[in-house]
Design a protein around this ligand. Structure first.
Ligand SMILES: Nc1ncnc2c1ncn2[C@@H]1O[C@H](COP(=O)(O)OP(=O)(O)O)[C@@H](O)[C@H]1O
Ligand SMILES: [Mg+2]
Length: 377
């Protein structure tokens, strides 16, 4: 590894910071057949934590593990496509005996699976081929229920199912299947707290009280600092303690931004030399310049109403009562009703986030970019 601050997802325990307690808890709960929900804002480290847990020997050696990310799905057909493909791709490298079990079970789409010249199966099912996704879902669960090992299934960005056209029915069907499938244990991850809470904690919903809920906080400053200093030292570089202090402060300890910053700071520190606080601004500028075009595009995708509301929230930092007359007046917005509708659009597109009754821009570098380009002061 050229740079020990990985920003592209899980790269093994050597590049993974802390989460010792969380890993222990999750592994223990899952291997004791508890379905779990893991909830935190995006970029704190849920997805990496799933990979890390599933890589532990207690799990890796005893289970089939499947991780599916349903962020980009919009219907049950999409869901079964992503689910089926994930199972298939996981089993394929384990040999014919293993993948055949699944192949023979998914009869409704079996003829869509082709074979390459070496006789290896290829998942070629297009989304239009799910004539009856309910049947395919049943078959997937039949497989999970009869696999020769217990199964662990992580469904990432699970809140997405609330946006399916028949979301309520999908939830109910999934819940029923899961209840009847003791051979599989489920981990539901999600970043939209209000939606996840509704799914699991509302008495009217199928998943009510069916999981143990776990939140994920930022990695503690001490733990991250220890990790970062160690990573620098491994490559014969010295990280000054106050650098992490300042970066942590500035990015609220959000793992993705810490890693992003440290990746650049590491890159900019020559071997044998110190990384000092006066290198921080340069690192931020570097990242923002790299993303400039992206921010330009996002900004141009917003409607005028959304743009002014977005700028107001960016300026406020953590915006509480966005529909109050005080907020509307302070930022010379149109009316509270136009703010409310703009906020809804911004939330849907993930430009902003809502956590603990506060709205804020989801990408921490975006407001810095706005400021540097004179959109806000
Ligand atoms: N414990 C960790 N140590 C090092 N990097 C991490 C850790 N957890 C997450 N990351 C990194 O932070 C970024 C965001 O993590 P991710 O798991 O995708 O967050 P989430 O799923 O909560 O949105 C990724 O680049 C990931 O590699
Ligand atoms: Mg994630």
């Amino acid at each position: 590894m050229k740079n020990p601050f990985v920003t592209k997802g899980y790269a093994g325990p050597a590049y993974f910071c802390d989460r010792v307690k969380e890993t222990e808890d999750l592994v223990k709960m899952l291997t004791n057949e508890n379905n779990m929900a893991l909830i935190s804002p995006r970029r704190i480290g849920k997805t990496d934590l799933i990979h890390h847990c599933f890589a532990q020997p207690e799990i890796k050696d005893a289970y089939y593990t499947f991780i599916i990310d349903i962020y980009a799905t919009n219907s049950l057909a999409d869901f079964v496509e992503v689910f089926g493909r994930a199972i298939f791709e996981e089993l394929k490298p384990l040999g014919k005996k293993v993948w055949e079990g699944f192949y023979h079970t998914i009869k409704s789409v079996q003829q869509q699976i082709s074979f390459d010249i070496n006789g290896n199966p290829v998942w070629g099912i297009g989304i239009g081929n799910y004539i009856n996704p309910t049947t395919t879902l049943e078959e997937i669960f039949t497989y999970l229920g009869s696999a020769d090992k217990p199964c662990l299934v992580a469904i990432d960005e699970f809140q997405k199912i609330t946006e399916y056209p028949d979301g309520e029915n999908v939830e109910a069907a999934l819940r029923t299947h899961i209840q009847r499938c003791p051979n599989a244990t489920f981990l539901f991850c999600g970043s939209k707290r209000h939606l996840m809470t509704e799914i699991f904690l509302s008495p009217l919903r199928p998943f009510y009280q069916s999981v143990v809920t776990m939140g994920l906080d930022a990695i503690s400053k001490d733990k991250y600092s220890e990790f970062a200093v160690r990573q620098f030292a491994m490559y014969d570089k010295i990280l000054d303690a106050d650098v992490v202090e300042q970066v942590y402060q500035r990015f609220d300890g959000v793992t993705a931004y810490l890693q992003r910053m440290m990746n650049v700071l590491f890159m900019n520190t020559p071997k044998g030399e110190h990384c000092t606080v006066d290198m921080i601004e340069e690192a931020i500028d570097f990242i923002i310049n790299l993303n400039s075009e992206h921010y330009e595009t996002l900004f141009s995708q917003m409607s005028e109403k959304q743009r002014v509301t977005f700028l107001a929230i960016a300026m406020e930092g953590r915006a509480k009562s966005i529909s109050s007359s005080q907020f509307v007046r302070k930022y010379r917005l149109n009316s509270s009703s136009s703010v409310v509708s703009a906020v809804r659009g911004l939330l849907e597109k993930d430009f902003i986030t809502f956590e603990h009754n506060e709205y804020y821009v989801y990408d921490y570098f975006f407001p810095i970019w706005l400021r540097k380009n004179g959109y806000i002061n």
